[in-house]
Design a protein. Structure first.
Length: 284
């Protein structure tokens, strides 16, 4: 998951259109045109910072003449009163970029902070934490980047880069074997080389997957801890394993100790608290 030029330019363009409209009339009416100034990004809460590189792109798109002096890089631990960077140049440009930079960095830093906390809980296990598609529409690329900055692993980005056969697919397809065989036939017919994962809801479905084969990963959804341990034992490293469903910061370690390769957590992106920070004028 990387920050690509097309995504960031499109994102910034739409965000500025939404926010600025036909002009920042407050700044235009109160601050003389051409006034130069300096501002600092002030951290107001302990956590992991994310979105600095995104902020650099935002400032560049808003006004390429703005100069940013970065003091703290993405992925670094920050604490209250830290200064992440200074930005110098047109005051009008700084104020136009201000809210977009803050909204983006606060959300990304909140995600990175929570992800880092989960990764730290799992540091003595071999289990990796995955994100999900439970993201804010059109902001997925930033939210998944924040997970990566926090030390997590990106799951599929969308519907196009992995086949993930879930319960509804199984039910509509007429069963597990039919769903798996149809997916493999589809990949062959369309000359696609993407991984196949299947979700199972119980040990009976798991055994049907093991009899069928032809998958790369098995998602064990909403399994009890005892059944999860049993499932991992049955699979016996023949396939990668992923636990999902109801996994939180409070129980993630217990899931990991069942022996799965991955735990997936929608909570990394769908309900995090933003990290508090402000962009403040520097009086010189």
């Amino acid at each position: 998951m990387d920050l690509n030029t097309f995504s960031i330019q499109s994102f910034v363009s739409q965000a500025l259109k939404e926010d600025v409209g036909n002009g920042d009339h407050t700044s235009l009416s109160t601050i003389p045109a051409g006034k130069q100034g300096k501002a600092k990004l002030l951290i107001k809460e302990d956590g992991i910072i994310a979105g600095v590189d995104v902020a650099l792109e935002i400032f560049k798109i808003v006004d390429s003449a703005l100069v940013v002096d970065v003091l703290i890089a993405d992925g670094s631990a920050v604490k209250n009163t830290d200064i992440a960077f200074y930005v110098t140049g047109s005051v009008h440009s700084i104020l136009i970029a201000e809210r977009l930079v803050l909204n983006t960095m606060q959300r990304m830093s909140g995600i990175a902070t929570v992800t880092h906390q989960i990764v730290d809980k799992l540091k003595d296990t071999d289990t990796k934490v995955l994100d999900t598609r439970k993201t804010t529409p059109n902001l997925r690329f930033l939210e998944k980047l924040a997970v990566k900055i926090g030390g997590g692993v990106n799951h599929r980005f969308g519907l196009y880069d992995m086949i993930l056969i879930k319960d509804n697919h199984v039910d509509y397809a007429g069963g597990i074997r039919k769903a798996i065989e149809a997916s493999r036939k589809y990949l062959e017919q369309n000359n696609l080389n993407i991984p196949v994962e299947i979700e199972v809801r119980n040990l009976t479905e798991l055994n049907e997957v093991l009899e069928t084969g032809q998958v790369d990963r098995i998602m064990l959804d909403n399994f009890s801890f005892s059944n999860l341990k049993e499932a991992v034992k049955i699979i016996n490293n023949r396939f990668k394993t992923e636990a999902s469903g109801g996994i939180t910061a409070d129980n993630v370690l217990e899931y990991a100790l069942c022996g799965v390769d991955f735990v997936s957590m929608g909570a990394l992106t769908h309900s995090v608290k933003s990290l508090d920070m402000s962009l403040k004028a520097v009086k010189e």
